[in-house]
Design a protein around this ligand. Sequence first.
Ligand code: NAP
Length: 482
Amino acid sequence: MIIGAGVSGIGSAIKLREAGFNDLHIVEKSDSFGGTWHDNSYPGASCDVPAHLYSLSFAPNPNWSVHYAGQPEILAHFQKVAEDHHLPDITSFGTEIASAVWDHDNAEWTLRTTTGDTIVADVVISGLGQLNRPNIPDIEGLGSFRGTTFHSARWNHEHDLTGKHVAVIGTGASAIQFVPEVAKQVDHLDLYQRSPNWVLPRVNPPYGQARKWAFRHVPGVRWLHRAAIWAKFEWLVGPVFNSGGVSNKKATEAATKFLTESVPDEKLRARLLPDYPIGCTRILGSSSWYPALQQPNVEVITSGISRIVADGIIDSDGRHRRVDTIIFGTGFRTTEFLSPIDFRGRDGQSIHDSWGDGAEAHMGTTASGFPNLFMLYGPNTNLGHNSIIFMIEQQLRYIVGLLEKMRKLGLVALEPRPEAQASYNEWVQEQMKKRVWVADCSSWYKNDSGKVVNNWPTSTVKYWRRCRKPDFDSYIGYRPPS
Ligand code: NAP
């Protein structure tokens, strides 16, 4: 059973089938393939990782129109991949899982949907990822607001913003993409910024016909292009995230120069300059962000929100601004992995309770006490410098390797040894100390106690090497009862 029909779910089904695991089913709560690219349809949505790398290596697309593809093109691509592999035949849309309980005697998971239906599965693969639950902050008075509100990942396309007075809360990776588009449409935009971000320019040249032809017809050209992008991100961008390193210093200089050249107004510039090391939050790429913030109809508000009232927002200085619409660009509940599904493991324990000190998994994929559960884009697998799809593919290789071994040995279940999981996570957190994510900044990579639970702490090469051959010794295998 695969939960989620995003990139992880699509990739899982293709790779499992390839390995001869044909009794597969995908459940998806929405009505379409695409996951995050289905959810995030806000104006200006695009991927800040080049499309030739942000795609499954075994389901490539030689026809990307530009380097950084927009959401409609990415969504159409993944929907086509799903269709080409006949995944609609094994997918139930509009089906949301509420709970999953492991029955150790029968070595199976019983999943219950939100409508009360029951599904039994030998193996559960979660393709829920880290960015699927919108975060709407609990701001005083929100319930009393009489206008329209929505989150960037649930964009209200029926709501016409033309001529409206709009407030946007949040200035992260999503807001930086939709604010320049929204600013063109609205009468006035109040942008509530809690922390500024480090921003670098982004150019997005189209691929010409000749290059696309070469990608389609000349063997190796597309692959080389993909490999070159991956290598550039790995070896040029990766070192930026080393605390106090030369690359971090150079990136800070480049981003500061970009801000200085883009924003002549000293007062505004001071408010847009972060006071934490670059990379601590996601480094954003946009050449339209700073120009948008300087439009006459845009106001950047940094005094904080005191409360929301029926017709607007009152800031911490007590100033009331009337608004028709509030758009939350406030990110996702990223540290609550697998939520809201109530997973119960071998001894009936809840996975969320077992993660009291912060989610952790063995290889970011399996969890002790929860046999036959595999998490794609699980704890400590997110990247700041490369394509998450590269990581998902390594996880798929790892999972398929484990399942093949189980099949060969006639095992019905397996789970990581607690000591293996513990020592793996000690290593992860030890490596993390060298990275800039542990610095003092507000980021979705950390849980409430400040532990970085989302990011992989080192190079993708290291993850690739660890996943190539599953560490079967780290696992307890269960045989069928005799
Ligand atoms: P985000 O980066 O977590 O940004 C959330 C924003 O909301 C931050 O500015 C945050 O301020 C603010 N915020 C949160 N709670 C608030 C509150 N109570 N009051 C005021 N402000 C509040 O979320 P996101 O922009 O949706 O992006 C999340 C992730 O999605 C990205 O990092 C990226 O991995 C992914 N994404 C990727 C792309 C892409 O191109 N590949 C595009 C969009 C998103 P603070 O900074 O002070 O916490």
